[in-house]
Design a protein around this ligand. Structure first.
Ligand code: SF4
Ligand code: SF4
Length: 422
């Protein structure tokens, strides 16, 4: 049984709980305040930070990634994150550690940028696109737009060589501007893009989306347009921009496990730690029903492998008939349960089903071709590696004009032999 335990590879931390210095129309997390009614201001204490980082570093597998999210995590101030890194170094056991910071960028100054660059944080910056797109819903608490500040923070971080990923919510307005958004990000130097389709269900009727949610068909067409732009930017067979959804889907096309949890057959692969040490099943299920425990009186690895987390993970495996019969099942797996219509814990169809069908019908052939090319290149690279090893150790001798034994079709002197001066 011990071998079936999931390793701890990823933890999301919400050090400032739902607190934020912005008031975006479509934010789902601000309302979580009601879960923590005792205080108006939510901040993770040093005691909880220490215990959390210690446990994670001592119980994680060979790779561990901390995702600092919110609310707005930078409200904690820079000293909090300096402490977090200090604890990671103190309790590390030689494993590879990654830090990701998801931020609205408002507080990012030169000191932050220097810190983020120095410790190789991967920053997910919430920026929806050019000013008219971004400011449509991403407002400051007084109602003014936030674009200028966020734009300046993006430039500042890029100047400090921070790895920045643009996180763009696709809503009923921004969905009309795929080309403008893609080029805006690229021109700014944000070559890593993640598009997040907006769906907030009406509080009165969970079958109905709110007005700012993106219509499923429109989002499908948006993905197709972005896919064309992404492919047009290929240099030979290499993508020059990264779009997280396409990158993740590509893993599935080459038969590897995709990094995005939404594309896996089951959930439950990571946990969320709130500011007060409470541990939950998932970012989108920070509800009393899915509370796994508290870091101050339980072990995080146990919580990841608890019955409750397994029960949570299995929600995704219960799919409606339409998914079970679907051509695209192995690439989609019904996507994220939070986007199921009605009760997300029931086997209801995903609101974005139509989007994915439109996308896969449009992109499947090209994704298959790319996957074939990639697999062939991997094969050649691994044969070349073996051939070079054999030549270097004297087990294999080849004439300079012979066909290269790696199977590339080139002469030896023009291929693997170059390394050996053939
Ligand atoms: S519910 Fe969605 S976000 Fe949460 S683990 Fe499952 S797929 Fe991922
Ligand atoms: S495309 Fe639709 S039917 Fe097919 S697996 Fe995805 S959600 Fe299910």
């Amino acid at each position: 049984m011990q071998n079936n335990r999931k390793p701890l590879n990823s933890v999301l931390v919400k050090p400032a709980g739902p607190d934020c210095n912005m008031a975006c129309t479509y934010c789902f997390y601000l309302e979580k305040e009601h879960l923590f009614p005792d205080t108006k201001v939510h901040r993770m204490s040093d005691e909880i930070l220490h215990q959390m980082v210690r446990q994670v570093m001592q119980q994680s597998g060979s790779d561990i990634s901390f995702g600092w999210q919110g609310g707005e995590p930078t409200l904690m101030g820079l000293p909090f994150f300096e402490k977090a890194v200090e604890y990671q170094q103190k309790y590390g056991r030689g494993q590879s550690v990654g830090n990701g910071l998801q931020t609205n960028g408002i507080l990012i100054n030169n000191d932050w940028s220097q810190f983020l660059g120095k410790y190789n944080f991967l920053v997910g910056l919430s920026i929806d696109g050019p000013e008219h797109v971004h400011d449509h819903y991403r407002k400051m608490q007084g109602g003014s737009g936030s674009w200028q500040k966020v734009h300046d923070s993006a430039k500042r971080m890029l100047d400090h060589k921070v790895a920045v990923n643009a996180l763009s919510v696709v809503n009923d307005y921004s969905v009309k501007f795929p080309e403008e958004i893609y080029h805006f990000h690229k021109d700014l130097g944000l070559n890593y893009m993640q598009f997040i389709p907006c769906l907030e269900k009406s509080p009165e009727d969970a079958d109905k989306p709110t007005y700012f949610s993106v219509p499923a068909e429109d989002y499908g067409r948006f993905l197709c347009k972005i896919f064309d732009l992404w492919m047009n930017d290929f240099d030979g067979n290499i993508a020059t921009t990264s779009v997280r959804y396409f990158d993740s889907v590509f893993y599935s096309y080459v038969g590897m496990q995709p990094p995005a949890c939404t594309l896996l057959p089951a959930c439950g692969v990571y946990v969320v730690v709130e500011h007060n040490g409470d541990v939950y099943s998932c970012d989108f299920f920070v509800d009393p029903e899915w509370k796994l425990g508290n870091i101050m009186n339980g072990e995080i690895l146990e919580m990841l492998n608890s019955e409750k987390q397994t029960e949570f993970g299995n929600i995704k495996t219960r799919l409606p008939e339409e998914c079970e019969q679907c051509t695209w099942l192995q690439f989609c797996y019904g996507d994220c349960p939070k986007d199921r219509l009605g009760d997300p814990t029931k086997a209801n169809l995903n609101y974005f089903c139509q989007s994915y069908k439109i996308f896969f019908e449009y992109a499947d052939e090209r994704l298959r071709t790319l996957a074939e090319i990639w697999k062939r290149e991997q094969q050649i690279a691994s044969t070349q590696y073996r051939v070079k090893q054999a030549i270097a150790s004297g087990q294999l001798e080849v004439g300079r004009n012979d066909p290269c034994p790696c199977g590339s079709g080139l002469k030896y002197k023009k291929c693997c032999g170059r390394e050996f001066g053939a």
